[in-house]
Write a protein that binds this ligand. Sequence first.
Ligand SMILES: C[S@@+](CC[C@H](N)C(=O)[O-])C[C@H]1O[C@@H](n2cnc3c(N)ncnc32)[C@H](O)[C@@H]1O
Length: 365
Amino acid sequence: MRPDQIQPELYEQQLGDKQAELTRLMADLSLPALEVFASEPAYYRMRAEFRIWHDGDDLFYAMFDSADPRTPIRTDQFLAASRLINELMPKLIDAVRDVPILRHKLFQVDFLTTTTGEALISLLYHKPIDDEWNAAARLMSDAFPSCHFIGRSRKKKQILTRDFVMETLTVNGHKYHYQQVENSFTQPNAGINEQMLAWALDVTKDTSGDLLEMYCGNGNFSIPLARHFDRVVATEISKVSVQSAQLNIALNGLNNLQVVKMASEDVSAALNGDVALPKALVQAGMEVLNPSVVLVDPPRAGLDDATVELVRKVDCILYISCNPETLKANLEALSSTHKVVRYAMFDQFPYTHHVETGVFLERIG
Ligand SMILES: C[S@@+](CC[C@H](N)C(=O)[O-])C[C@H]1O[C@@H](n2cnc3c(N)ncnc32)[C@H](O)[C@@H]1O
């Protein structure tokens, strides 16, 4: 992405263009009216990554245009990133510039921030980092209260204080607390995420019984949704995300949500009866789970055939998608048993062609 693509004065127009594009793509499907959720037009991304460009003893943040990937675009401020990232950007460059061990061979900086004012800053190096680097980084970090620093070089990660931030999201007046770990999946646009969570609570408000969730990440959806259900079993492939989800369950005082580390393919094979139920699913209470809703939030590839067959067995399907193309293919496959009763577009990634979509399906007849 080029920084000059962020043009808040054109926000409404780009949102309208995206809505038109999504409507064109989905034209063959039978869908209810589209609910459109707008982003903040600027300062909406809680994380951002920048390359570092060196110019003699000076250095600056750089971004690249995919059409011209060799030419750095100096990026002193980035309107898409949170206000806190914009505040930290010049402060960090000033702190690093005059300390050779921090500056030398620094090639990337990653920021992860929260709506509550915490920041995690990762400094990535093309050189080994050692105790001397650690001491210099600690000295620098004194000037950055509420910031946590990580140094990375090939095969080495030095965590100065911690490698996560604590986020609090407010949905319908309730506060939900989440640990978010460096390099693990988190929804980038906190404002849109709060709107997605409110929408997921709204579409499931009249359902009761149990919830089965796949691709649960750090429990982003599971935690607010658990209040609508008797029991929830959620699954996820990433060990780090599962550990965060376990912590987040405790942080939010839930006792009806179990998270299992397992690939969706294995969950589907077991629940479709192709293989015996793995011990981890038995221990999570899957044998007695009677889901009235299944929630899926897969990566861009969408649902594989076995997972489509699994979700088809459940009366209601809540599907959050970051790729309308694969969503469309999955909806076509599900159209013989389910109909879409709610349909929403969330502008998670303004000024890009990416769009996040939510659909809620009910069994036909
Ligand atoms: C789009 S993210 C959604 C995460 C979460 N629902 C959220 O809102 O933050 C997709 C998640 O699917 C997980 N994932 C990717 N491939 C998977 C697989 N084959 N089986 C299970 N989980 C997978 C990723 O680790 C990631 O956490």
